[in-house]
Design a protein around this ligand. Sequence first.
Ligand SMILES: [Fe+2]
Ligand SMILES: [Fe+2]
Length: 191
Amino acid sequence: MKAIDIIHAEHRALGAVVQALRFVLDSIRAGSAKPDFVLLDAMIEYITEVPDRLHHPKEDEVLFVAMLRAIPECADLIQQLQHDHVHGAQSTLHLRAALAQYQAHVTSGLDVFDAIATRYIDATLAHIGLEERALLPLARRQLTPAEWAGIDAAFEANKDPWSGPTGEFRTLFTRIVSMVPAPYGLGAALD
Ligand SMILES: [Fe+2]
Ligand SMILES: [Fe+2]
């Protein structure tokens, strides 16, 4: 079940990025950090490139299709998760627009960006939690080895390009992690 390992790893990485975004926003609000727009832009780029363009499509086009075929009673759960994917991609566009507004109006723009980012972070963590708690255990229990062989092959063929040593998103991910101050990232701790 390589596909499940890949999904777990992508959930962990996305969870780390959104938790880091929360930490950065908390630090700006508390006055212990100034807004770093290079960092915020890299985080939103990651969210656009990895969950929206890479992770969710693999779930939608491969795992969900196989589960709906083999486990019809999971239809409501899958519908909820598909809705989250669509809504997540729309939220990314709002986040991007709100970040541009924030950058243009640094003193007054924080509240709106913070509110939109907080909704995105909460929704993302809830979505990951639902897949980890409800979807993946069901898939692990009910799909047959033959079904897994097909899913694993599809996931292997569309492997996430940031986990490999030369992947383009690995550079982006490393950039985010090294820009985020400790304890969430590898950057210098805040005073
Ligand atoms: Fe998902
Ligand atoms: Fe997922």
